[in-house]
Design a protein around this ligand. Sequence first.
Ligand SMILES: [Zn+2]
Length: 130
Amino acid sequence: MPIYEYRCNNCHCKVSLLVKGFAEAPQAACTRCGSKDLTRLFSTFARLKTDQDVYEDILGDTDLVNRMMANDPKALAEWSRRLEGSEATKDSEYAETMERLERGESWQSIVSDMQAREFGTAGDDSSEED
Ligand SMILES: [Zn+2]
């Protein structure tokens, strides 16, 4: 899961928050003073990314996801660009996603499918591992 770093504009402390999903990000609050006036910082830790990290990164990017849900073509391009060069572009899931987008399927339904797969939140379809 992505960890976001914020700077609190009220008490100026640095806040690290574990974000469980993109829906949670807007409710982030300073752990010290409770202020919601936070400025998102780019993560300072670098590590090798797996495909899943790439997905989590993208899904954790509230702004990007919101724009994609609004069918902003630039956001789709940005998403493709982020996946480019990662193993994910060779992945059937990537191909499937692009295909579904091209069929006009809503980004939201694709994201929830993707999240169900990545994070195991699916009710009935999660019996792949054995
Ligand atoms: Zn604060």
